[in-house]
Write a protein that binds this ligand. Structure first.
Ligand SMILES: [Zn+2]
Length: 257
């Protein structure tokens, strides 16, 4: 099919239903947060309507023309390496036979593994300090068939990092994160997601020689869906950010209903 669209759904936090983080969210707040029941509802929708979760690698292979895809293929991403990805999201997906790609901030995972907290800056939540998974948690994801992607060492805005520190500043983020991935997991990620979607042509050029794909990210309200289809470059993957501000009817629109 030449007109096939592949939704790449991007999640951040998934909280249990009774979590205090979920009590005050509404259409103008709650970016990057979703409750477990809503995630479950969305995943059950995919199952009920014949959507098959495939890996990031499979999508990139498809875009490169080296593999086919199910007619209804969807990809799941979980950004940053929050602890709740392991404790809340992983069991939901496991029960449905689904896997995802997690893009951990390596500096934060390293600190968590040493029993320390980290403050990070995110576009969805501002400057915050919340629990991250440890390297054991990342390994658990791998053991369950998830893929691990790169998301920088410090969650820097890459375009800003380049403006401030030039090519070397961007390469350093890559190298620091890869050193930790290699040390703890024995692998170097093939896929990269831009923190906060911050990028430009020069950062694309720098990173495209180091990864098989670069994922963009936009957050807009009202929602504007970006589409990955056959014409999309693997170096410019588009995605849909999903959080509590996405009503279920809007979620269904992603899948053409
Ligand atoms: Zn991020």
């Amino acid at each position: 099919m030449t007109d096939q669209r592949v939704p790449i759904l991007v999640y951040h936090h998934v909280y249990p239903q009774d979590a205090p983080e979920l009590t005050d969210v509404d259409a103008t707040q709650g970016a990057g947060i979703i409750g477990r029941p809503e995630l479950l509802r969305q995943m059950q929708y995919l199952v009920d309507h014949g959507w098959q979760v495939v890996t990031s690698t499979r999508i990139v292979d498809w875009l490169n023309g080296t593999t086919s895809l199910p007619r209804q293929a969807v990809v799941l991403h979980f950004d940053n390496g929050w602890l709740d990805t392991v404790t809340v999201a992983l069991p939901v997906l496991r029960d449905l036979g689904m896997t995802a790609t997690c893009f951990p901030i390596t500096g934060a995972v390293e600190e968590a593994s040493c029993g320390r907290g980290t403050t990070v800056r995110t576009l969805t939540e501002g400057t915050i300090r919340k629990p991250f998974m440890t390297w054991d948690g990342v390994q658990d994801l791998l053991d369950e068939g998830w893929e691990i992607g790169a998301h920088t060492h410090t969650h820097c805005k890459v375009a800003e990092q380049h403006a401030d520190e030039g090519d070397d500043g961007v390469i350093q983020e890559v190298q620091e994160s890869h050193a930790l991935f290699e040390k703890h997991l024995g692998l170097v990620p093939a896929h990269f997601a831009y923190p906060s979607g911050s990028r430009n042509d020069r950062t694309d050029a720098l990173l495209s020689s180091r990864y098989r794909s670069l994922r963009r990210w936009h957050v807009s309200f009202p929602i504007v869906w970006q589409v990955t289809d056959r014409a999309t470059s693997p170096m410019a993957l588009e995605c849909q950010n999903i959080d509590v501000r996405v009503p279920f009817d809007a979620f269904r629109e992603i899948f053409g209903e």
